[in-house]
Design a protein around this ligand. Structure first.
Ligand code: SAH
Length: 220
């Protein structure tokens, strides 16, 4: 049986999540904290998992994929140092929760997902919540979205061995890109900044565990 909770219950769960999982771990961006206190994360997961939506961990969203832990979403978003006028590219929209966080903070979000059922589901939830600054498309995110480039920020929600070159190329000067790099059981979240003089700065943020960025180009 699925126990349905009230909106008040979820509002309180969100407050507790922000306090205990984000503020307690030094997430300080007011925009990120505000977005995550407001966005109904429980609507992005299966009804049967809604009561766990604000727990301190990832959850399955079907098709072998996961919605990231709230702290990881906050950490990645904060690292991008977003401004209200920014245009952002996301790779791996999954259930669309991270997309909603980005869209609450920025002017436009472009997001690519390779699994059609997830794309459809996330579109429906985002539409029902009134997000009209999000454009989603089905495809291989490794090549980015050159027609919409440059982006002020790029967020990749799946790990790769190295940062796809196309994504770096589509970053605007001054822009930030965040991506988990490594192997299945050993990954680091890495922030790359494209400096105004065209050079790059790389910073390792923390250890993490993501699903793989699937390459459509290499078929085995
Ligand atoms: N932010 C999402 C994370 C989902 S997991 C959420 O919180 O729900 C990562 C997602 O990346 C999966 O949905 C997976 O299908 C997608 N993905 C993996 N490789 C991809 C690729 N090459 N192009 C686009 N999406 C990809």
């Amino acid at each position: 049986m699925t126990l349905r909770h009230s909106e008040q219950y979820y509002r309180e769960a969100r407050k507790k999540m922000v306090l205990e999982q984000l503020l307690a771990r030094k997430i300080s961006s007011r925009e990120v904290l505000k977005a995550m206190e407001e966005i109904p994360r429980h609507l992005f997961v299966d009804q049967g998992l809604a009561a766990k939506a604000y727990d301190d961990g990832p959850l399955p969203i079907g098709y072998g994929q996961t919605i990231s832990q709230p702290y990881m979403v906050a950490m990645m978003t904060q690292a991008l140092e977003l401004s209200p006028n920014d245009r952002v590219l996301e790779i791996g929209s999954g259930c669309g929760y991270q997309t909603a966080v980005l869209a609450s903070i920025c002017r436009e979000v472009y997001s690519i997902e390779r699994l059609e059922p997830l794309l459809t589901q996330s579109l429906n939830v985002l539409k029902s919540l009134g997000y009209n600054n999000v454009t989603l498309k089905l495809g291989d995110g490794q090549v980015g979205w050159p027609q919409k480039a440059p982006f002020n920020a790029v967020l990749v929600a799946a790990y790769a061995e190295r940062t796809p070159k196309d994504l770096v190329d589509q970053l605007a000067p001054g822009g930030h890109l965040v991506i988990p790099l490594g192997a299945e059981d050993s990954q680091l979240l890495v922030l790359t900044t494209k400096n105004l003089d065209g050079s790059f700065t790389r910073k390792t943020l923390l250890g993490c565990r993501f699903v793989p960025l699937v390459s459509e180009r290499v078929k085995v």
